[in-house]
Design a protein around this ligand. Sequence first.
Ligand SMILES: [Zn+2]
Length: 485
Amino acid sequence: MRIAIGGISVENSNFSPVPTTLPDFTVLRGDELLVGERYLGGVAQSHGVEARPDLTPGGVHVEFAPTLFARALPGGPLAADTYGALKTELLERLAAAGPVDGVYLDLHGAMYVDGMEDAEADLAAAVRGVVGPLPIIATSMDLHGNISAAYVREIDLLTAYRTAPHRDALETRQRAVRLLVRAIQEGLRPRIALVPIPVLLSGESTRTDVEPGQSLWASLAEVDAVPGVLDASLFVGFAWVDEPRAHAAAVVSGTDQAVIEHEARKLAQAYWDARHAFKFGVPAGSTDECIAWALRDNENGVFISDSGDNTTAGGVGDLPLVLERLLAHRIPSAVVGGLTDAEAVAACWQAGVGDAVETTVGGKLDTTHGQPLPVRGQVLALFDGDADKGRQAVLQVGAVKVVLTERRTAFMRIADFTQVGVDPLAHKIVVVKLGYLFPDLLRVAPKAYMALSPGAADQALTRLPYRRIARPMFPLDGEFTWQAA
Ligand SMILES: [Zn+2]
């Protein structure tokens, strides 16, 4: 059995003015795919060697043909020439791999290519064009992906994460490959039922570890077990792209058309019926409100998410708006984790540790939502040991430590702070450019608030200038009736 592996995994906000281009990607080619945790030790043992036994029911020999896998931090629209180059190389490698029984496409699902709608459908159709109609194409995706009928038509199997914040990325990839191997082995030709749901909510309001998300996503395992079903998925969708496919969706793969349609309708109806119950998992308010709440708390280390500039959802990561409010409120101590500004970093490196620096921070990339903030501060530390972040500098501005980074980044772990010598919990307020806190921060944060700040990942969806999404859409258009069909 031969299975090709490849994919382009990226999440693009088209409300960001900063394009995503080739240097933003980590690209794995050929056997590079099979080194490291993403596939080896998870999905494929190695090219041309036995796959892991637990992925191969019946002990069948699976040979994996790795092609190209490209992944980038969520960002602005993907430049068309970058997408073209990645797609072309993936297809060339796929063609060179020769005949395959199946293809495993490793995607995110919210790719937005400048000037093109439904990029995943374009990629899937191109892959189908290369391999022909017979091989089974299985894909795994983030539940924050946007699913269209055109995309589903090109593939045979689809599964998605069942946790947000995500804890099951590897498990999801394994499930996709296991289903693919099973389909090939048993000679199945799976079908996919898709029911679009006219609900568009942010990931922050649809977590799977609180109700109603917890029960909804937990119910997928029961659907998997229904005879005729192979896999059930529930997609929140990705709200920061203005495309007709931006909405929630229920997707069921299986072998019995009537059964998968019935189960997909049931899931879609359950999601629709729960729509009013989705809430942010933490108190959310304006930046000023969040600062006021934090100052009233007894604890130190109160986290505030600068959610409009959330770099894990396409925010640019250079907006200094929350920093400006912290300084205006004269808070006793705070740290801002991750503000991207290569020029300010260079100024700090030029000055050296201990020296004073007068510069502007942020607002140079996301000129749609912010502008540079003039500051005067002292360089506390310089660090150059994190490839994702580039050079970094800790600048003390008043009572606020600002961790400046050369490259766009997300502070998702405590280690992101400690590696530059900052103990976040020793400060009254800790600002991160996230929506919900990632597990490592959630574990230690005594309190967390979400600031509904402006930016390319604005959580106040009613503020976004949508023109292309399907209407009516809950909650943007208020109340309307709908039945899963
Ligand atoms: Zn996601």
